[in-house]
Design a binder for this molecule. Structure first.
Ligand code: FES
Length: 194
């Protein structure tokens, strides 16, 4: 779910557009269901669409890339083992039969992309965030990634409110300086409103 104003400039495929009961399900949908990666189903559309987007932009995706990329999708029922087991079947380096350890036991370092053995790293005790910023060099995604490509986008809504999409925190202050800050809402995705 996301506000419609957030969709400016996006190409959208819905979960129903990918596959449905009438026209048949997509292999990603089928595999997730057959491998018991869906329980209440609340997270399943998001996981399938994230995975679809990954495979579409990188058909030669690896198991590690899949695991790293799905970190922002949260499942509160099934646990991540069956979900990863299902989706890793679409990786180019997937073995025929895979049994995974729990995701919590993998200790994949976001800095190196390798398993962390807690040695030779000053941050190993606490760091699990990739702090490296993208400088648009050495990046295969620079063609489609819109970071830095657009400045503030502003849309005047029918009820008089102003929607602004920013790329950087300082752009928020540019708008507040101009508009005043008596009443505003910060929206990140659609789950954090304040
Ligand atoms: Fe229920 Fe993932 S299956 S939240």
């Amino acid at each position: 779910m996301m506000p419609v104003t957030s969709c400016h400039g996006l190409e959208i495929t819905t979960i129903e557009g990918l596959g449905n009961r009438k026209k048949g399900y997509h292999p990603l949908q089928k595999t997730l269901a057959e491998d018991h990666g869906s329980q209440c189903g609340y997270c399943s559309p998001g996981l399938v669409m994230s995975m679809f987007s990954l495979v579409k932009t990188n058909p030669n995706i690896t198991m590690l890339e899949i695991e790293k990329s799905l970190g922002s999708n949260v499942c509160r029922c099934t646990g991540f083992r069956p979900i990863l087991e299902a989706f890793r079947k679409f990786a180019k380096d997937a073995p025929k039969q895979i049994t995974l350890p729990d995701i919590e036991d993998l200790h994949i370092c976001k800095k190196t992309g390798k398993e962390c053995d807690k040695s030779n790293c000053e941050e190993s005790e606490w760091c699990f965030v990739d702090k490296e910023e993208c400088d648009k060099s050495n990046c295969e995604e620079s063609e489609w990634c819109f970071v830095d490509k657009e400045d503030i986008i502003e849309i005047k809504l029918k009820d008089g409110r102003l929607w602004g999409r920013v790329q950087e925190v300082r752009d928020i202050f540019k708008i507040l300086d101009r508009e005043g800050d008596s009443s505003y809402m910060l929206i990140h995705g659609n789950t954090g409103k304040g």
